[in-house]
Design a protein around this ligand. Structure first.
Ligand code: PBG
Length: 343
């Protein structure tokens, strides 16, 4: 036990002497003044909703590691897109859970114009043309090993992967994608996708670069959602970024900007707010955060246990992205945030 052996020293100065009369709490005194000085604001326009899709009809598969997130069949995804549009959410990002029988060593099914991601894109753009559709141009939902690249002799081969992702981007654009998001971190992918889109006549399709995608533990629940967790051998360290590296994140982003990225994204989000701020200041491009599955699930799990107020934590996390410099956030919370903002 700590025994106090000397009298506790209290300051000889008054608080006003200490602060020079500056009282920072004044503006926090009332709700009206807090609202008046609020620096960062969240609106529905800041939200992008990532959705998981699967073949079948009338399916809403619950995802055990992502409470309240469901995997939709195409018909349900269209209804959800309508709901999102009504809420004012500007865009969806689509992630397919591809039939295991269609996955192979090279992810060749990504080149099928009628694969799941292309079919759902077409269906949504047909029924709800006013909502933006972002497609993930990556091989991982299509490979039998869960990697984002073509795997040969234990190596993810860069250039062949880039060629395949570029070709797949054209198919996604043809299906109606407004924004293609190459997410595999291969070298040269942004320039190759831009060239491929342009030569196919898709000059107006934008590229959202997963400019800094870190090799992260926070993707766990996503891999369950698209069915790659059981498949993935090894890790993605030879192509995703080391979580320790901020300077490298700037170099990666600079390269994507040179190659033609229209917007950039940082992924995961909350553990990388410093990167978001640096990229926004450095490149002044539309900058997005992907609040990934593990971040979502952490908040949900703590809330389910009664350890935190889930709704407040959700909104606070959104504000943190805006404060860090984000123009928008990809988040599984999107419809709930939108509903809450609507009041
Ligand atoms: C890979 C990809 C990942 C996510 C989306 N696309 C990461 C991965 O599996 O390595 C993660 C999204 C999330 O965790 O919410 N192309």
């Amino acid at each position: 036990m700590n025994k106090i052996t000397r009298p506790v020293a209290t300051s000889a100065r008054t608080v006003d002497e200490i602060t020079g009369g500056r009282r920072l709490r004044r503006m926090r005194r009332a709700d009206w003044s807090r609202r008046m000085v609020q620096e960062t604001r969240l609106t529905v326009d800041d939200l992008i909703w990532p959705i998981f899709v699967v073949d079948g009809e009338r399916r809403r598969d619950p995802l055990p590691s992502m409470p309240r997130v469901e995997r939709f069949s195409i018909d349900v995804a269209v209804k959800e897109a309508e709901r999102a549009a009504k809420l004012g959410i500007p865009a969806l990002a689509i992630f397919p859970n591809v039939d295991i029988a269609l996955r192979d060593q090279t992810g060749s099914h990504i080149l099928d114009p009628d694969n799941l991601i292309n079919r759902v894109t077409r269906a949504i753009k047909e029924a709800v043309p006013e909502i933006g559709v972002i497609t993930d141009a990556a091989l991982d939902p299509f490979t039998s090993h869960g990697h984002d690249g073509i795997l040969r002799d234990g190596i993810i081969v860069n250039d062949e992967t880039v060629a395949q992702v570029a070709a797949a981007s054209v198919l996604q654009a043809a299906a109606g994608a407004d924004i293609v998001a190459p997410s595999d971190m291969m070298d040269g992918r942004i320039g190759a996708v831009r060239d491929a889109l342009d030569s196919a006549g898709f000059q107006d399709v934008a590229i959202m670069s997963y400019a800094t995608k870190f090799s992260s533990a926070f993707y766990g629940p996503y891999r369950e959602a698209i069915g790659t967790s059981g498949l993935l051998k090894g890790d993605k360290k030879t192509y995703y970024l080391d979580p320790a590296n901020a300077a490298e994140a700037i170099r990666e982003t600079e390269q994507d900007v040179i190659e033609g990225a229209d917007m950039i994204m940082v992924k995961p989000g909350m553990p990388y707010l410093d990167i978001i701020r640096q990229l926004k200041d450095e490149f002044a491009l539309p900058t997005f955060a992907y609040q990934v599955s593990g971040e979502y699930s952490m908040i949900e799990a703590a809330a389910a246990n009664g350890w935190i107020d889930g709704e407040r934590a959700m909104m606070e996390s959104m504000l943190s992205f805006k404060r860090a410099g984000c123009d928008g956030i990809l988040t599984y919370f999107a419809p709930r945030v939108a509903e809450l903002l609507k009041g």
